[in-house]
Design a protein around this ligand. Structure first.
Ligand SMILES: *Cc1c(COP(=O)(O)O)cnc(C)c1O
Length: 421
């Protein structure tokens, strides 16, 4: 019997070993929508949103949309009471297109363009998280040209090291993000923003990194932030996102509730009425999503290894290549069989590094035509997808209560030339 703990919450395996998610069999989904396919358990998405709201309070949870964003996801997060963190004009556009009011959106980014700032000011986002002295000046220029005065928070780099991949560690002194606390920039930025008539400084912000498993890392950074915050007498503080998730059965990640209880230990020192925001991305969506692939080639190299090629790869999931991230894979029609054989799961791209799983456990009879499902691909999968090798991006379906609905259609070949003049 396969362990399905990595799968979305409303997954099940029937007596024949066939996997279903949200009451719909994966083979039916693949029959209707093809592969590769991103499948999200909609109820699971709603439940993690609700857990975050229950743990941190309504109007305090800002969904970091870069983890997974499309119109349906923005709508879902908004319906469940989350605000939306957008880091570009493009993400803001998708949220607004979904009908999310600008007052529920927060703008981030270490290099916002004048256009992005102008759009955010005109639309009236809840606040802008200002990242640099240059950005303060650019906001002043825009406001002096007649745009509304924004509420702003300042992104602070608290100078802490976290246990995660270097590329997703963002709170250390040597970072492109934010105002450095240890060299005095943070205090200079507070004074600068406070004395500006072109912005209303409402708070400070930090985000120490992503896929962090050790809650002590959060506690250390948050303590530093609270120490900085108290004498400033500001009304708001944002503690970022970054809670890790289990990608394999070897991982154990803290729950949203555990993360919240660490936060509450730190925030007891804050004056009553302080507004405390958090910005989870991955922990909201990662485990709710899976990717279904078809096996196209199985190649055995005697004494070396077995290669199993699927019909996607680095174009729909660059995380293994970028961060060495680990995953597991399952045969969606053969979930009861033991995965006693090993294989390297690779994509269809023209790169030897196009590896999804370096050393996967698979069923010994894995064969061409099998539909493999890789769990926990709901975050930073579709959102990082590309058209490398002119591979059309997969479709995205939401499933629940025995129904499926296509929320992003698969790209067609025509889509691949739509920008060509
Ligand atoms: C990416 C990001 C987040 C979310 O990080 P997760 O690891 O997905 O929870 C939150 N805040 C900011 C500013 C970010 O850049």
């Amino acid at each position: 019997m396969s362990d399905i703990s990595l799968f979305p919450r409303h997954s099940a395996v029937d007596a024949d070993g066939a996997l279903s998610i949200g009451g719909v069999s994966v083979s039916a989904l693949v029959g209707e929508y093809g592969t590769p396919l991103f499948i999200y358990d909609e109820q699971h998405l709603r439940e993690t949103c609700r857990e975050a709201v229950a743990a941190f309070g309504s109007d305090n949870v800002i969904y970091a949309s870069k983890a997974f964003l499309c119109v349906a996801m923005a709508r879902l997060a908004h319906e469940e009471g989350l605000l939306i963190d957008v880091a570009t004009g493009g993400e803001l556009f998708v949220a607004l297109t979904a009908g999310v009011p600008a007052s529920s959106c927060v703008l981030h980014g270490n290099n916002k363009s004048d256009d992005e700032l102008r759009t955010a000011l005109e639309a009236g986002v809840r606040h802008i998280v200002v990242d640099s002295f240059g950005e303060i000046e650019r906001i002043e220029k825009l406001v002096s040209s007649g745009l509304p005065i924004p509420r702003v928070q300042l992104r602070i780099t608290p100078g802490v090291h976290v246990h995660t991949h270097e590329y997703v560690s963002t709170g250390q002194d040597d970072s492109k993000f934010g105002f450095n606390l240890n060299n005095g920039d943070a205090h200079r930025a507070v004074e600068r923003a406070r004395s500006s008539s072109a912005m209303q400084l409402v708070g400070i912000h930090c985000h120490i990194g992503s896929n962090v498993f050790d809650v002590d890392n959060f506690e250390d950074a948050w303590k530093v932030m609270v120490d900085l915050f108290l004498p400033l007498e500001l009304p708001e503080i944002t503690m970022g996102g970054g809670l890790g998730v289990a990608y394999t059965t070897r991982d154990t990640a803290p729950t949203i509730e555990q993360w919240a209880s660490v936060l509450s230990r730190v925030t007891t020192r804050l004056p009553a009425g302080t507004k405390v925001y958090v910005e989870p991305g991955r922990s909201i969506v990662a485990a709710a999503g899976v990717t279904a692939y078809s096996v196209g080639t199985v190649k055995d190299i005697d004494g070396i290894r077995r290669y199993v090629s699927v019909d996607g790869g680095m174009s729909d999931n660059p995380r293994p290549m970028m961060y060495g991230s680990e995953y597991e894979v399952f045969d969606s029609n053969n979930m009861l069989a033991a995965r006693t054989s090993s294989a390297r799961i690779v994509g269809k791209h023209c790169e030897s590094g196009d590896i999804l799983i370096l050393d996967a456990q698979v069923t010994p009879d894995i064969a061409i035509g099998d539909v493999l499902v890789m769990p926990v691909t709901g975050a930073y999968g579709y959102s990082m997808a590309s058209n490398y090798n002119k591979v059309p991006r997969p479709g995205v379906v939401f499933v629940g209560q025995g129904q499926s609905r296509l929320v992003v259609r698969r790209e067609t070949l025509e889509d691949l030339v739509r920008l060509d003049q």
